[in-house]
Design a binder for this molecule. Sequence first.
Ligand code: GLU
Length: 408
Amino acid sequence: MAAQQFDLVADRLQIPEEDRARLKFPKRSMVVALPIRRDNGSVEVFSGYRVQHHLTLGPTKGGLRYHPDVALGEVAALAMWMSWKCSLTGLPYGGAKGGIACDPGKLSNSELERLTRRYTQEMIPFIGPQVDIMAPDVGTNEQTMAWMMDTYSTHMGYTVPSIVTGKPVGLGGSLGRRESTGRGVAYLINRAMDVLGFEPAKATAVVQGYGNVGSVAAHSLAKQGLHVIAVSDASGGLLNEKGIDLWKLDEHLKSQKVVTGFSEAQPISNEQLLVTKCDVLVPAALERQITEKNAARIQCRILAEAANGPTTPEADEIIAQRPEIFVIPDILCNAGGVVTSYFEWVQDLQSFFWTETEVMDKLFRILETAFMHTLTMSRKEEISMRLAALSLGIKRVQEAKKMRGLFP
Ligand code: GLU
């Protein structure tokens, strides 16, 4: 998908053949075997990955994912998307992504700690605050980052907070980092509603994925006055056409850990959730959720891609025939996370910390600029928002490569 999207943009921008390969292929791809001792005394070997897509603009940046489907190809695609995301928002980074093929729900806390520390140890030759900086992604969180930071710091012999972002605030994390992706998603939805001229108080939203991104986005939308009528997680979905009381749902989640079983909504499947009639559809889970099978049936006015790669290129072609749908493409929609990661890295390097208001103010300014540039290009050149966002992202990297020249 990532390569297909790149080719489309390269054709449109008429990027010469010899530049294409330089932009497309990941600079470094690592695969590591991670043996850990399970709690029952046995030894199990997991596969870990890290792909650094390009190093032209600075260190690489991107999340670390723990999920059974993690594989080198998926990580490479996610790394490429990180490159265009960082470039679109003007960050001094190339893209990266890493992961371990595992089901974190089936590992104990101490097994997760051993796995994370082993992965960090194996990655030490390839990472650093000026080389590659990791952050949370699907299946990882602040605790994962704290273990990584501790492992790296122990190896160096001094504390290095800038080796990861998305850490606990008490270890040099940034205020607002945890909420930043979801809040950014809600900010951009609000801007899209302005552009389309509809009122938040009358609008409905459906959120697929109720993890760190989806739940914060849902709450932010509810605070803007939208009715969040359906949500889901890996256990299943919930629908209440009058609007789900998210604060009550949070209480349910505290005891049950999954959204299903919440008494004030009816159960629905993931497939039904995606085609539920609403004003704003927010896929905030995994890749390839909107495909050629359901793209003609989704019923929203704004498709806000909080996940990375939720819409396939085949689905994109179908959505292109449906001008009533306004797409906020993933590399723009969920960029709030990495933008605030950048702020965290800057604060760590300077050992000078900002208030949450400063962080949010700077975040929304960057998102506003990226949104306006994308919208302007999309309208002026009569291309989709995705093509506009990708074009802006790819062009900056291409120009930087050109300025630096080819070594030797
Ligand atoms: N995993 C997040 C993403 O996909 C955040 C990456 C980061 O903060 O470095 O954008």
